[in-house]
Each structure stands twice: as C-alpha cells, then as structure tokens.
Design a protein around this ligand. Structure first.
Ligand SMILES: Cc1ncc(C[n+]2csc(CCOP(=O)(O)OP(=O)(O)O)c2C)c(N)n1
Ligand SMILES: [Mg+2]
Length: 414
C-alpha cells in the first residue's frame, strides 16, 4: 500500500499532520485530481441597492432613514454639481478655460460616499470626484478660481482645470497620472493607523485606473499592513474610449478583493442610499478593525470623458440616453423626495433658479479676477529656492521687463 500509485488508500493509511501541505504561502489541502480553477469562480457578484429606479425603498430595514434636511442636502449638492458642470463645460467650449471634465451620472457615488465619512477622513481622488469636495463645503468660488487659474486659486494657477485640492477639507490635490493616488493613499492610511488617529482614508479611482500596476501595489500593501482605507472604484463603463469588456476579463473590480484578502462589495452607484450605507459601514469597520475595504460602485459616465473627447465616436446615443433618462441618480433621489412630499415642482423651479444664479455669480467673479503673480511659479516646492531656480526667476523678470509689450501683464496680480 505504501508504494501504491493510486494514492487514495495510502493517504488514508498515513494520515498525519505532516501529510497536510506545509508550505508557508498557503493554507490549503492536497488534492489528487488535476483541476484548474475556473476564472469565473467569483462571478456575478450582486449589486447592492436600497432604492429601485423609481426611488422606492426595496427593503425597509436597509433604509438609512436620513432626515429630510440631509436628503435635501444630498439633492442640492448633486444638482449644484450638475449646474456647475454645465457652466464650466460651456465656458471651455467658448474658449474661456482650457479644459474641463464633467461628472454627469456619477453624482450619487460622490455624495453618498462623502456623506458617510467623517470630515477628518482623508480623501484621495482621481479627477472625477468634484461632488465629494463640494459636499465637504468647498465653495463655488474656489472651484471656479481653480478652473480659471486666477489669483484666488489655492494652487496659484499652476495646474490644469479640475485639479482641485484643499488642505482644510482634507482633500489631497488631484494628480491625473492614473492610479498614483492609490499607493499614496495606502501609505497615508498606514500612517493613520500607526498614529492611532481614528481617521480613515478613502481612495477613489476609475475601473480603468485599476488596471495600473500602482493599483495592485496599493491594494496589497493595504491588506498586508492592515490599513484603515476604503478603496472606492467608480466603475462608469469606460476609460476614455475603452469599454469595460476590453479593460478586464474577471467580474469587474469587486472580484479582485478576495484575491487580496480584502472585504469587498458591489453597489448600485446610482442609488445614493446604497452608496451611503456601504461606505458608512466600510468606514466604521475599517477604523474599528484596521482593515481595507473595496467598494465597486456601478455607474455610467454620461458626459464625454473630457472636453478633449467626443464619445459619439465609440458609443451610441441610445446607450447614453438610457442612463440619462431611465436610470439617473438625481431623478431617483427626486422620486424618493417627491413620494415623501418633501419636494415638488415649485421647490424644483426655485432651486434651479437659485443654483444657477449661485454658479453664474461665482463664474463671473472668477473671470474678472486677476491672474496669479508670475513669481508664484517659483514658490512652494523648496523651503529656500536653490540657485538654479533663483536664476530662472531673475531671467523671467528680465525677460518680462524687456518684452513687456508682448505680455498682458496688467491682467496679472502684482
Ligand atoms: C498613467 C496614465 N496613463 C494614461 C493616462 C490618460 N488617461 C487619462 S484618464 C484615462 C482613463 C481613465 O479611466 P477610468 O480610470 O475608468 O476613469 P474615468 O475617466 O472613467 O472616470 C486615461 C487613459 C493618464 N492620465 N495616466
Ligand atoms: Mg471609467
């Protein structure tokens, strides 16, 4: 029996702890059947939702039962973001600003997640999360100042539009090389854990960015170092023109969580309450248990990727219309509010008017404001400017002095 190649009997006979695999890298059993694991072993991860498309609560025990005041705040932030997007998109089209990215269709992912966090939690965004910053209280004037690169911009006009940041609101400045924020966020969460600060980190990224190597590094460090972080993937169907069926072959991003040993969930990103519930519970447990959570919010990018893109080249108008007309996070929330008698045509009309006015005032103010002082180009990187930079600054000053008639220097702050 010892020499039997059929194996089964001898295994039973010599069953002892040493017959279990002893490899340090896995906790598993031996098998004697050749079998590959099917790639779809994790497939069809369900989509958690609280409301149906008509804004009706499906399971009352999942209703977050937020106050009227909070729900109205959700709605107002989502629609204000929409209005700001429309005005800034148009102003790029008119040549007033150089670039813009809209958030159409993803408002529920922003507001639902932002509302579930503590203000002291640190946010790392990708670039399509303006609603998170808006929910935290970033004023329209500062959004506009950033896009207009005027003297009020916290970044002093040194970044492309939509690269917002706010130290006060714990929102790390956007850097658009994809996925760089993911390992940075993991490191920040590790620091928060070691400082025992009771803070969490949330890191937003697109399903396209999740294909970058940096995403792997961030996920794996967070899991092994047991970091209080929420990885929030906005799966909006596209990475510019690349649809998800060309982006990955597994069951989306949530399916990767178990591979990293991470708690994971897929939610309906167009259901602001589902996003809120999932983020709130993930946030609570991330801090209480020091472990990372992965949330994949399914949504749809209704706008073009950016003002440099024309999405009609790679998707149908019907597809976009479906999401815009049938399954929109804003209309879903409005159905919910209307059913409770919290919102009707009158409120809608006056809020539309008021919000448009707020955006237009901020826009006009930003456009009138002077540009940042040219010497601010040279500040904020070094504590003391190295001689090389000092020389460049002097050269710029001489150049502007000599050729001043070629530069609109009166538009710049002195
Ligand atoms: C490293 C890197 N490669 C390529 C780009 C160009 N790029 C900018 S956005 C983008 C698509 C990202 O898609 P996704 O992560 O799904 O986010 P979404 O735009 O859909 O919100 C690409 C390829 C980049 N910014 N950085
Ligand atoms: Mg995407």
């Amino acid at each position: 029996a010892v020499c039997s190649l059929s194996g089964r009997l001898s295994q039973q006979t010599f069953d002892s702890p040493s017959d279990k695999p002893q490899f340090p890298g896995a906790s598993a059993e031996f098998v004697d059947q050749l079998e590959f694991i099917q790639p779809n072993v994790i497939s069809g991860i369900p989509v958690y939702r609280v409301m149906d498309r008509k804004g009706q609560i499906i399971n009352p025990s999942e209703d977050p039962k937020l106050s009227k005041e909070t729900v109205l705040k959700f709605y107002q932030k989502m629609t204000l973001l929409n209005t700001m997007d429309r005005i800034l998109y148009e102003s790029q089209r008119q040549g007033r600003i150089s670039f813009y990215m809209t958030n159409y269709g993803e408002e529920g992912t922003h507001v639902g997640s932002a509302a579930a966090l503590e203000p002291s939690d640190l946010v790392f965004g990708q670039y399509r999360e303006a609603g998170v910053l808006m929910y935290r209280g970033f004023p329209l004037d500062l959004f506009m100042a950033q896009c207009y690169a005027n003297a009020d911009d916290l970044g002093k006009g040194r970044q492309m539009p939509v690269h917002y940041g706010s130290k006060e609101l714990n929102f790390v400045t956007i850097s658009s090389p994809l996925a760089t924020q993911i390992p940075q966020a993991a490191g920040a969460a590790y620091a928060m854990k070691t400082l025992n600060s009771n803070r969490a980190v949330i890191c937003y990224f697109g399903e396209g960015a999740a294909s970058e190597g940096d995403a792997h590094a961030g996920f794996n460090f967070s899991a092994t170092l047991e970091c209080p972080i929420i990885f929030f993937c906005r799966n909006n169907g596209y990475a510019i023109s690349t649809p998800t069926n060309e982006q990955y072959r597994g069951d989306g991003i949530a399916a990767r969580g178990p591979g990293y040993g991470m708690m994971s969930i897929r939610v309906d990103g167009n259901d602001v309450f589902a996003v809120y519930n999932a983020t709130r519970e993930a946030r609570r447990r991330a801090v209480a248990e020091n472990q990372p959570f992965l949330i994949e919010a399914m949504t749809y990018r209704i706008g073009h990727h950016s003002t440099s893109d024309d999405s009609s080249a790679y998707r149908s108008v019907d597809e976009v219309n479906y999401w815009d007309k049938q399954d929109h996070p804003i209309s879903r929330l409005r159905h919910y509010m209307t059913a409770r008698g919290w919102w009707a045509e009158d409120e809608e009309r006056s809020w539309r008017k008021q919000s448009r006015q707020l955006v237009m005032e901020a826009f006009e103010k930003a456009e009138r404001r002077l540009k940042p002082r040219p010497e601010w180009l040279f500040t904020d990187v070094y504590d003391e400017n190295p001689t090389g930079l000092q020389k460049q600054q002097e050269a710029l000053q001489r150049h502007l002095e000599q050729y001043k008639e070629h530069y609109p220097l009166d538009l710049y702050d002195k």
